[in-house]
Each structure stands twice: as C-alpha cells, then as structure tokens.
Design a protein around this ligand. Structure first.
Ligand code: AHR
Length: 636
C-alpha cells in the first residue's frame, strides 16, 4: 500500500504556536510543585495558622509562641509568629515544617533560608536546618540577626546538604533569651530555573522547555473561575513583592481530597509576572485566561450583574497594558519596576473557562467590545465547554461563531475510542470562520481522578492518532494543549496528567512524548498525504498527516499504527522536489497498550531514533504494532 505525500500541495499554514501547554495549579502544580518554595504555610496565613508546623521543646512556657494578627493594617499578610526564647540548645525550643508532602533534599545542593524578623534587642540567633525522619541534620546554618531596631527586616543565609533525602523536614531552633517576631520563613533549593532567587523548580521548567511549546495557557482552568467569585483568580493580586501577595484557598483543595481543613493554597509566588517570564524564557506565547464575571458553573455559578462588570473588564484592559504597555503607562511601569522594562508581547487573551449559556455570551460581548475597541490586535479566546458531542456545546459554538469569535476553546476528556473515532472531527469545520483552540484534552483509561485512570500507551497513541486530525486541519485548528500538565505523586486531585513529579524526581508520560514529538516536528505548512486518494484517518488502524518544514527544507510525515499487527507502507514523495538519500525515523512504540512510564522506568515508552534510506523519493516504512512514527525527509 502506498502513502503519497506532496510537498507542492500546501493546504494550510501551521501557526507557530500550534502545540503548547496548559498550566494550572492543580495536583500541586504550582505550590509544592513548579514554584520551588519548600516551606508550607511560610507566613502562617493558612486557615489553621500553624498548619504544617509542629512545636517542640523542653523549655516552652505558656505563651512562648503566639500567632499575632495585624488585621486590616496589613490585610494581605496579617499574621506573624512571636517567639519567646529561653534556650541555649535545640532541645529547648524548635519549630518544624513538614514541607509539601515532605521536602526533597539533594546532597551537595545549596539551600537558601530567608526570613522576615523583628526584634528590639540583639537576643536570639536562628538555627536553620534540614533534618531526616530520625532528626539527623542534613545541612544547617545560623542566622544572626543584623538589626535589632524593632523594624521588620529580611535576612538570608545559605547552606549545603550532605545527603539526599526525599521527605526531609525543615527545623528552626533558637539560641538566646529574648523575643523575636518571624514571618515569611522560606527555603529554596539552589538549583532553581536560571538560578533565580525565589524562583521555579529547574527540572519542571526544563521538561517544558524541552518540548519547545508554542504557548503557555495559564493560570487555569477552574481556578480562574473559583468555587465562588471571592476565590476566582485575580491577576493584580499576584504581582509585586511576594510577601504582599495575599494567598487564597486553592479551588482544588476540597473537591476530591476530602481533607479535614484546607491545606492547599495558592500563595501566588508564581504569579502573572512569573508566568509571562516563564513563557518568554522558553519561547512560548503567553496565553492568560481571565474570569468573565462568572464562577465555576459546575458548582452553580455566582454571576456578576452586567452593570457591575466594569472592574472585571478593566482587569483585562490593564493586563494588556501590564504585558505590552511602555514604561510610561501605569501598568507598564509596574512591570518595569518588577524587573522587565521590555514588553512581554501579549497577543492573545482568554475570557472565561468552561462557561456557557446566555449569561456567558452577554458578559463575553461586553468584554469583547471593550478589548477590541482599545486593542484590536489582541486575539480573544472564547470558551465552549467540555461536552464536545452535547447540545449545549453545539449551541454555544454556533452562537460564538455568529459573534465572530476569534478563537473558540474546546475541551474533551474522553475515552481512547472517542479520540480514534474523532480524527476527522475538524475536516468539515468552516475554514473562514472562527478558529479552534483544543485547549484541554486527554484520553481517559478510566474515570477522571481515579487512581486507575492511567497515562498508558493506549491513551497516548489514541491522542497521537487524533492529533493527525488537528494537524491536517491546521487551517482551522490554531492551537492545542493536553491537560492537566503536572501532578505530584503524593498530592494529586486529577488523573491522568502529562508529567509526574515527586519531591526529587520527574518523568514524562507516554502522552508527554506524543506532545513533544508533535511540537518538535511541527513544520510550517500542512501538505497533502493520501492513500488511494483518501485522507488517512483510521482505515486499517492507520492515521497520518504530513507537513513541510520550510525552515529546514524537510518533509515531516507522522503515521500512527493503532492496530495490533505490523504493517508496512511505501512512502512516496511526489511533486517537483527530489529528496535526499537519507532521512530520520523517530518511533514511539510499545506492544502493550497498558504500558506506562514510572519514576523507576521513566523512559519505558519513549522515542527511539534511527537513520533510514530513501531511494528515488521513496522509502518503505515498517509500522510496528501500536506505533507512532515520525519520518523526516530532507528535500534537495
Ligand atoms: O484540567 C482540569 C480541569 O478540567 C480544568 O481546570 C477545567 O478547565 C476542566 O474542567
């Protein structure tokens, strides 16, 4: 059987941002995840002020540790800890932080301890240390306060760990007699991304950078909406000095976790400035999503009355100025003061996430008019919900198209069979109307959030097959991203997830490698790929798409064999160009559909590369059972 590819027959441009990532603080994605802070409840603002901390000591008297509350005087950061020390050694008084599911400690790595303190006489030295479960010290430093003028001061000290431990704790003990106030007790590893102080976990950013994603959609997801409007995401509260960013309970705290009290917060150490910076660092277009004046409809939405929507709309206008305005604009100045005078070049903005009904359309209309009249160049992403085959989805999609939406965000969490059956989903979408953003999708081996819902090869190969349809239809599908992105092995609310971490390690799932292969082999133009003059989208279990990469002058062919038997196809490159005599074949394959990657076997399902021969513009492609092949053929 022949597969005919023709680089002369270009059918669409591929958007440079086509394959991206969707980041949300779910599954400890931000706090306890990519935001590298190791201390949980560092400023005592959790619902229970000493959550995450334990207090011990033989010399503690009633009232020696007090959580004081400044109330409205400092509404963003009201609480601090007052310590009255009477001791001379560790056993007298110490406070221990459990970290986020423990603290990952690496031998030889430096750790930056910092704290805001206040004392009126030079009385108390702080001993900061990492300890293992037996209390053994893994590294320590003494912080001797430099000031004792009764004013708050931040001071830091660095020390090195002498051992690797996955679930360590942080301990602070006090030497000297006297009173000291403490706030923002913080510990960061020395291997943050780009070595930024107070920055992001290096390995988690690196695995994203390795994908070369075209965009980063942030900050969610449902957290944009909030359970109610008071817990919606408000970007203005996530910028400026970290200690002034008021935390809120994470919308994912209670949904599946059934915890006795909330302990999953958004501290916003990763805020909008950092999201823009991250996007810039890894060459991805920033794609922020804003609340549209509605909270999460799965919890019965709270709505902002239409005549009170102005502050929400102003947030959108101000965000564009924050990202793109010059340093003389009010919000451009704020960005510059945070360290980035150059603009972030924001091009797209999402209004609402999974909102629906006339209430959404009315609010969206107001946002659209305001944004387009001031910033006509900004593309707006509209949301069409999670039920791709449902009447609500159709209705919304039709309305949004009538409103001439720039881009409509479609979400689908469905079975692998659905993905295989939907490879032609976009073949008949109107090329001249609104474009599509497949903003959240993932094949489900079982029910969402069940431990048995695995990132297995069956799901990943079904996504790969479906994605041939996204690529083939790049004329209408402008962007796509898998969801959710990250999960912590000890603290997740949702399965499956693209990348798994624990306190020290990280691995990409088979789904990650599928996404990465598409992104790294994106090309610039869609070209014809046919078998027997027909689109290849499931017949005999084979799915295919092809692109031309004008930057490297290569044809890139993707073929999925979703069947259990080996197949071969004669690939013929037609058209005016001669091919080189050698190309590259990258294959992701496993004969076991249940195969997964794990911390112990992180590359069980991962791409293998080899050279192939091409003769007279032809090559025989062996398609192993359950395989995803990417063939790169240089043109002369
Ligand atoms: O990706 C997890 C959640 O799924 C997102 O927060 C939401 O948009 C969708 O329902």
């Amino acid at each position: 059987i022949t597969i005919a590819v023709n680089p002369d027959k270009i059918t669409a441009k591929i958007q440079p941002e086509m394959w991206g990532v969707f980041f949300e603080d779910i599954n400890m994605g931000a706090d306890g995840g990519i935001y590298a802070e190791l201390i949980k409840n560092r400023s005592f603002e959790f619902y229970k002020p000493l959550m995450g901390w334990t207090i011990q000591g033989s010399k503690i008297q009633e009232g020696d540790l007090q959580v004081l509350n400044k109330g409205e005087k400092d509404a963003n950061n009201p609480r601090y800890l007052r310590v009255i020390s009477r001791g001379t050694n560790k056993a007298d008084l110490n406070i221990t932080n459990e970290g986020f599911k423990g603290i990952g400690v690496k031998k030889g790595l430096s750790y930056d301890f910092s704290v805001f303190y206040r004392e009126s006489s030079p009385a108390v030295k702080l001993h900061a240390e990492l300890i293992d479960s037996t209390g053994k010290v893994l590294g320590s430093a003494v912080l001797i306060p430099e000031k004792s003028d009764g004013q708050w001061k931040k001071q830091s000290v660095t020390f090195t760990a002498n051992q690797t431990v996955n679930k360590a704790k942080f301990n602070l003990w006090f030497e000297g007699a006297g009173q000291i106030d403490l706030d923002q007790i913080s510990l960061f590893p020395g291997d943050t991304w780009k070595n930024r102080k107070g920055g992001l976990r290096g390995d988690m950013v690196q695995i994203l950078a390795d994908m070369k994603p075209g965009f980063i959609r942030f900050p969610g997801g449902c957290i944009v909406e909030g359970h109610d409007l008071s817990t919606r995401y408000q970007w203005k509260k996530t910028i400026g000095p970290v200690e002034n960013r008021k935390l809120i309970v994470n919308r994912w705290n209670s949904e599946f976790a059934h915890r006795p009290a909330p302990d999953y917060y958004q501290t916003f150490g990763l805020g909008f400035y950092e999201y823009f910076q991250l996007s810039e660092d890894i060459g991805a277009e920033p794609l922020p999503i804003l609340n549209c004046g509605m909270s999460c409809q799965f919890n019965t939405a709270e709505l902002v009355p239409l005549d009170e929507l102005d502050p929400y709309i102003q947030d959108a206008l101000d965000l564009i100025e924050f990202a793109n305005g010059d340093v003389n604009t009010p919000w451009g100045k704020v960005r510059a003061e945070m360290g980035h005078p150059a603009p972030f070049h924001l091009k797209m903005l999402g209004i609402g996430n999974e909102n629906w009904g006339p209430q959404y359309l009315e609010r969206l209309d107001l946002f659209t008019k305001a944004v387009k009249s001031k910033y006509p160049e900004i593309k707006l992403i509209n949301s069409s919900g999670t039920d791709p085959d449902g009447a609500r989805f159709d209705l919304l999609n039709t309305s949004l198209r009538k409103m001439k939406a720039d881009i409509i965000d479609e979400h689908y969490y469905r079975s692998p069979q659905w993905f295989l059956a939907n490879a032609k989903r976009y073949d008949n979408y109107d090329r001249n109307g609104s474009k599509v953003f497949a903003g959240e999708y993932a094949a489900q081996s079982d029910g969402i959030a069940k431990p048995t819902n695995k990132n297995n090869w069956e799901c990943a190969i079904a996504e790969a097959a479906f994605m041939t349809g996204l690529e083939r239809n790049a004329a209408v599908v402008h962007m796509a991203s898998y969801a959710p992105l990250f999960a912590h092995a000890d603290g997740w609310q949702w399965t499956p997830d693209m990348i798994w971490v624990d306190n020290l390690a990280i691995y990409g799932t088979p789904n990650y490698y599928v996404q990465k292969l598409y992104s790294l082999n994106k090309g610039t133009d869609v070209i014809d790929i046919l078998s027997d003059q027909k689109v290849i989208a499931g017949e005999d279990g084979i799915y295919a798409s092809a692109v031309l990469d004008q930057k490297t002058n290569e044809v890139v062919i993707k073929v999925i064999n979703a069947s259990s038997s080996a197949k071969s196809r004669n690939i013929v490159i037609n058209g005016s160009k001669k091919t080189a005599s050698g190309g590259k074949l990258i294959q992701l394959q496993n004969e076991n559909l249940s195969a997964v990657n794990t911390f112990a076997n992180a590359v069980n399902v991962s791409p293998k590369e080899k050279e192939i021969t091409i003769k007279n513009n032809q090559t025989l492609l062996e398609l192993r059972p359950y395989s995803f092949s990417v063939l790169r053929v240089p043109l002369k």
